[in-house]
Design a protein around this ligand. Structure first.
Ligand SMILES: [Zn+2]
Length: 367
């Protein structure tokens, strides 16, 4: 058996395609809207028994590998590498070719490093009554903390030493941590911009740890409220959405997705039963974000503060995005949460909804 046959035997085409578009059973086939062309009526089909897909609208068709190559805009060999990585496949020796390239190894190592840092921060949160009570006071219970892998990065030289020692046990070196910008060499010592911050790990839609958002929480801390991981090959704020790995199944089930502005808003929504919620990473919503969301949902509900929502829609970029939104989804609804006072607290008007049939009881969370 060749490499292509081996890979196809190890993965289910429905699984592969199901992460790009929502499929529903229709007799022998599964049907959904095509991820390759804009359409309102589903004309994209998958035949699991024949392991192929075909779109009656744009005539795209092929097997799981062809699908990935088209969806990710890469060569069939790169699509294989991606599937091997995504599904954690181990290739038999006789089929190991150049799939085990150094760039794939680097990528895997980076995700592993971020995951280990997230675990270390989670264990530190459990040991820090101050950080823990900050989260509990903001309504985040233990289940929520675990679900979103929230952690705490303690401060001080001893903590950095502790982190390095702990990572060494996982074969991760201090130089790897420096390269990933988790720690930074100062004038005489190593330090981290994440020190004394609550850490929100940011994962991609496959649940791989790509980076972090760190928030200050001590009243006397006057640094920037958030510090996010630096952009790199695997951490791109314009294409990542916080919470998507947790929300994905629910988004597909509901056919709709709530888009909020921040990590804490997203967590508050999920805690109040709106599991189909994702957040941008402190940046404007990009066309890439909308493309990703349109793979899973036909309706996008934007829950932004009134002032910010106004800016986004009013800006040229916002208008371009909204029109794309309308092309990829029937419409984009706007939910305006009450305007925030200068102090940053939400006012008592609560949620005001427009263009939405049912008014969701959007939970408030402290900024
Ligand atoms: Zn099509």
């Amino acid at each position: 058996m060749n490499l292509f046959g081996y890979i196809k035997g190890k993965i289910a085409i429905l699984d592969v395609i199901g992460t790009y578009t929502t499929l529903k059973k229709a007799g022998l086939y599964w049907k959904g809207t095509c991820p390759f062309h804009h359409e309102k009526t589903a004309s994209f089909t998958v035949s699991p028994h024949r392991e192929i897909f075909y779109c009656f609208g744009c005539h795209a068709g092929g097997d799981a590998i062809t699908f990935i190559a088209k969806a990710e805009n890469c060569s069939p060999m790169e699509a294989i590498k991606l599937l091997v990585d995504r599904y954690g496949l181990t290739l038999p020796d006789n089929l190991v070719t150049d799939t085990d390239s150094s760039s794939l190894q680097d990528k895997k190592r980076y995700y592993e490093l971020c995951q280990q840092v997230a675990h270390w921060c989670a264990s530190n949160l459990a040991k820090s009554p101050v950080a823990l009570s900050y989260l509990l006071e903001r309504g985040m219970d233990k289940t929520t903390i675990e679900k979103f892998n929230i952690g705490y990065f303690p401060g001080g030289l001893l903590s950095i030493k502790n982190l390095i020692a702990s990572m060494q046990k996982q074969n991760i070196l201090a130089t790897d941590l420096i390269e990933a910008h988790i720690i930074t060499p100062g004038k005489s010592v190593l330090y981290s911009p994440f020190e004394e911050r609550i850490l929100f790990p940011i994962k991609d839609h496959l649940g791989r740890f790509c980076g972090f958002g760190g928030r200050i929480f001590k009243p006397q801390d006057d640094r920037a409220k958030y510090y996010n991981s630096r952009e790199n090959d695997y951490f791109n704020k314009g294409s990542l959405l916080f919470g998507l790995d947790v929300a994905k199944a629910s988004i597909q089930q509901e056919g709709s997705v709530f888009l909020v502005e921040g990590y804490t808003d997203c967590i508050a929504m999920a805690k109040h039963g709106f599991i189909n919620t994702v957040a941008t990473l402190g940046t404007a919503c990009t066309i890439e974000h909308l493309k990703i969301l349109s793979r899973y949902a036909h309706t996008l509900l934007i829950v932004y503060d009134a002032d910010r929502a106004g800016q986004e829609v009013g800006s040229e970029g916002g208008r371009a995005e909204t029109s794309l939104c309308c092309r990829t989804t029937p419409w984009a609804g706007m939910v305006h949460r009450g305007t925030r006072h200068r102090s940053g607290r939400q006012n008592s008007r609560g949620a005001q909804c427009r263009d939405i049939g049912r008014s969701p009881n959007v939970p408030s969370c402290r900024p």
